[in-house]
Design a protein around this ligand. Structure first.
Ligand SMILES: [Fe+2]
Length: 453
């Protein structure tokens, strides 16, 4: 059965500047509105899904992914990929069956970047001042979640031992001189909050968490009043005058205790993972760009492309050793969810080739070897989410799930890979009759975390 609903119009993800020119098209001069970057204009519920291969019967829950999907008219000239109404795409699995696919506008203030299951809730989340937005099990909008306080982030980090969420939150429209480090308790309520004064207002997209530190990426993409004044959708720009650095905030400590270490100029959205080694150094593996939002001010891929680096911070000398791990361009790193902040061996990324996403990489951070799954000509992958197998014996004993878009048929699939053997190809594919636009982040949310209603 397939049902289609009237498009619901929401608002921009950031409290920014709407302009009223034409909507997207395949020939859009704005690269981030063209082809599968462009939005879909229909909300669907599809229950007759075709599956090839065998879905792991142990998986009962939802694979959810959020991304920007501007409703109505947007400016071709100023549209930035990071703004626009959020749309969550989800597939429900149960005991080896693909029960449904749904896509829904998030609604509210447009949390468009990630979707998580936490404290029994399903939450769409975004940075830059917007609240999380609660969704129902079937992805319909429930309403803004105000329990965390002013604004949140798209990349909270789960402490796998305590079950708490940690987040670096900025809110450029309301808090121009500081960011907030918050800890959210397992009950979903704000448990701790620390104000951190910074010399400017950088875009802080993500953070890392280790046993003893919360890590702050204070990098030279900052609020630009020139960009604000010219009506750019995203008012952040590369800033040669801003000194890049990384900060180690002792967990439970004060902002005055932060250990700052300088970095070479760079920008990074996403660390793969971070941990403390036996000598007390902090190791951070991260997808690093040479430049960001300097000339391409509509999205992240025009100025430089990200490689995988390892930063090793010596907290005593306040120095960082920066090493290249893999020069192949890649983004959207994921790991085993129980190893966040701990020593680990495997990470999974998407290969980025210009504006194409042809490959899933599996990085062995111990040996330096990488294996890959090429999704095929004219096909494009997305963030690979790792799901441990029930009863797993090793770190990589599990599945990778990713959406794959096929240019020829203009539709998408949900592909399930064996994380121990990417070369084996898909062990299961759920064929959708619709396309899922390139988006950002998502998660496998088992029914044990957020129960069906
Ligand atoms: Fe992100």
């Amino acid at each position: 059965m397939t049902t289609r609903r009237t498009v619901l119009k929401g608002t921009l993800a950031l409290p920014l500047l709407p302009f009223g020119l034409s909507a997207c098209s395949d020939s859009s001069p704005n690269r981030y509105l063209a082809d599968n970057f462009g939005p879909v204009d229909v909300e669907s519920t599809i229950t007759d899904l075709r599956v090839t291969g065998t879905l792991p019967p142990e998986l009962s829950g939802r694979f959810l992914r959020n991304g920007p999907n501007p409703a109505g008219s947007v400016s071709e000239s100023s549209y930035h990929w990071f703004v626009g109404d959020g749309m969550v795409h989800g597939i429900r699995l149960d005991n080896g069956r693909a029960e449904w696919y749904r896509n829904r506008y998030v609604g509210g203030s447009g949390a468009n970047t990630n979707v998580i299951g936490f404290a029994g809730r399903t939450m769409a989340i975004v940075e830059s001042g917007s609240m999380p937005h609660d969704l129902g099990y079937t992805l319909d909008s429930v309403g803004e979640n105000t329990s965390i306080g002013t604004g949140f982030t798209a990349h909270p980090k789960l402490d796998p031992d305590s079950g708490e969420l940690h987040a670096m939150c900025y809110d450029w429209a309301n808090l121009r001189d500081h960011i907030r480090y918050v800890v959210v308790g397992t009950d979903g309520e704000l448990a701790e909050e620390t104000e951190i004064q910074l010399p400017g207002m950088p875009m802080i997209h993500d953070m890392s968490l280790t046993e003893n530190y919360a890590v702050i990426f204070d990098l030279p993409v900052t609020l630009s009043f020139m960009a604000l004044g010219t009506g750019s959708d995203l008012p952040f720009r590369w800033d040669d005058d801003y000194e890049p650095r990384v900060g180690l905030l002792p967990r439970g400590g004060e902002a005055s205790e932060i250990i700052w270490s300088p970095l070479k100029p760079n920008y990074a959205f996403h660390p793969m993972n971070a941990y403390e080694d036996a000598s007390g150094q902090v190791v951070i593996d991260i997808c690093r760009y040479e430049r960001m939002f300097e000339n391409d001010v509509r999205g992240p891929f025009g100025d430089s492309l990200p490689r995988l680096d390892r930063w090793t911070i010596n907290p005593k000398t306040r120095t960082v050793s920066e090493q290249v791990v893999d020069t192949r361009t890649q983004e959207f790193p994921r790991i085993h969810p129980d190893l966040n902040g701990k020593p680990y061996r495997y990470g999974y990324t998407v290969g980025v080739a210009g504006y194409d996403f042809p490959t899933i990489y599996k990085q062995d951070m111990q040996t330096g070897a990488a294996t890959e799954f090429n999704v095929g000509a004219g096909r494009h992958s997305a963030e690979p989410v790792f799901i441990p197998r029930e009863g797993a014996l090793t770190e990589d004993d599990g599945y990778l799930m990713t959406f794959v878009y096929d240019e020829g048929s203009n539709v998408s699939e949900l592909v399930v890979l064996d994380a121990q053997d990417l070369a084996r190809g898909a062990i299961a594919t759920i064929h959708l009759p619709v396309r899922v636009p390139y988006g950002f982040h998502g998660n496998w949310i088992p029914d044990t975390v957020t129960a069906p209603t």
